[in-house]
Ligand binder design. Structure first.
Ligand code: PMV
Length: 295
């Protein structure tokens, strides 16, 4: 084992938002997610007099203990502090991002190098605690600086978004319930299949529109995906209202994002001025926070 050279270990991670393909990604269709590089979490680890408590249902705790076990340091006395700008349970990958930051902090504290594959494997272990059956999209996107097209159990592709457009993300202020929403879709059995298929098709069309740099088509496809997600029963009234507000106020398209039953709404804007005025309007209509990401 290396000597401990530093008294504080630090790790950071950014967040993510799903552009399109949530829910259908669970059934093998592609999804596209975007890293939100300015919305970050950081974790600091220091030596402590008391042992760190293991909370089995807490992804942060699982992440730290998985990292310690991986390094064969299972009984170390540590204290953790987390500073996060990522709201929890809003589909912004908070649990994956916190796990990434914490695992990086553990490795940093013990001065071990950490390759991306090991990090992703440890994060996904913690994500199983948070989501039971995660597709892996959150971890992949929080670990990426580029947009990610992801197909479960098949792989991923990095996409270069350089469209000179803006994505407005609006927080409904209501916790999303990914596990419950995924279960509800599962309970729909064959009734969900045509909707999931349509979401898969829309995701492929979205990727094509993006390659063609056709903002208008991208917007229309996002709005169509929202209607399909409504049919799956995973949107809520507040998300629907914010989508409507976005469309009435210059958005090229808008939809809920992530597992749903709460969480965030995204809207595509052609320029910064309209993105800012859209964000203001969404705040006026009940969003509790907004972010603007250049794409
Ligand atoms: O709420 P989020 O951002 O964690 O997204 C969940 C996305 C789902 O497709 C509903 C589930 C998954 O594991 O991909």
């Amino acid at each position: 084992m290396n000597n401990i050279k530093r008294r504080v270990g630090e790790g950071r991670s950014h967040s993510k938002i799903i552009l399109i393909g949530e829910h259908s990604v669970v059934y093998g269709y592609p999804a596209i997610a975007l890293p939100l590089k300015d919305v970050e979490v950081s974790c600091q680890i220091e030596k402590s007099d008391t042992p760190l408590l293991y909370i089995s249902e807490d992804p942060l705790s699982t992440a730290v203990f998985s990292a310690l076990e991986y390094l064969e340091i299972s009984d170390y006395h540590l204290s953790l502090s987390v500073t996060s700008r990522i709201p929890e349970k809003r589909g912004m990958g908070s649990s994956a991002a916190v796990s990434i930051a914490a695992i990086r902090a553990v490795f940093d504290y013990f001065n071990y190098s950490l390759d991306k594959e090991t990090l992703e494997m440890l994060v996904n272990q913690a994500e199983i605690i948070a989501h039971t059956n995660p597709s892996g999209l959150d971890a992949k996107t929080c670990l990426s600086n580029q947009a990610v097209k992801f197909i479960r159990n098949k792989g991923f592709e990095l996409l270069d978004f350089q469209l000179d457009a803006y994505l407005v993300i609006a927080d409904t202020g209501i916790h999303g319930h990914t596990k419950e929403a995924v279960q509800n879709v599962k309970n729909m059995n064959e009734h969900a299949f045509p909707i999931l298929h349509q979401l898969g098709k829309l995701t492929e069309q979205f990727e094509k529109a993006f390659v063609d740099k056709s903002l208008h088509d991208m917007g229309k496809i996002l709005s169509k995906a929202h209607i399909e997600l409504q049919k799956l029963g995973v949107s809520i009234e507040k998300s629907d209202n914010l989508v409507k507000t976005a469309l009435e106020n210059g958005a090229l398209g808008a939809k809920m994002s992530g597992g749903g039953l709460g969480g965030c709404v995204i809207a595509l804007s052609p320029d910064m001025v309209s993105a800012q005025s859209l964000a203001d309007k969404l705040m006026e209509k009940g969003a509790i926070n907004t972010w603007i990401e250049r794409i």
